[in-house]
Write a protein that binds this ligand. Sequence first.
Ligand code: 5GP
Length: 201
Amino acid sequence: MIEKNNQKNINSSEILGRILFPGAEIQKKVIELGNRITLDYKGKELLIVCILRGAVIFLTDLIKHIDLPLSIDFMSISSYGFNMHGSGLVKITKDLDENIEGRHVLIVEDIIDTGLTLSYMIRNLKAREPASIEICTLIDRAVRRITDLKIKYYAFKLEEKYVVGYGLDYKQKYRNLESIYELRTDTIKKDIETLKSTLNK
Ligand code: 5GP
């Protein structure tokens, strides 16, 4: 994967701030999580449900460190509203191909912010009667949580910062960075100003 300093083709200096979680640190956490999951689910089969698209890179690294029989499936969800974090209205745009009834489901997510997306998803998946359902997220931003979610596995906690890299995007870009970066605040401010002027037109 590509690091900021090596980028020749990604014009990022105006977008990316400092590195919050370096690639090597992420890999260490991913191994720890994989080992924990292996122990916790010993003797069981896992069905890993990855939320598209941000969690894909985390998923592919994580499953290499889970020493269990497992399957993977994908779900895509869209949320509507004004802000970069999404909002209260959630819709499934790609459903699972697998039947989850009686299976041990582990949801793999990139970042949990308000928790609205995941709460909706958990409610929806629980109705399909899995044997168990747990959450594994790369980043847990609990400060903005407005729902009651039990997060069993997380790699990092984060405060009020918008981040990109290692699967996380800004306008669908920067997912291919090895580390996780803070988005520069002037970029966010510029976006808000543009949005405000569009709304006033
Ligand atoms: P929630 O429903 O928990 O408020 O929103 C979770 C979703 O919002 C994440 O799956 C992700 O797509 C998006 N999101 C929230 N915070 C960030 C962030 O800091 N960076 C990026 N790239 N996406 C974020």
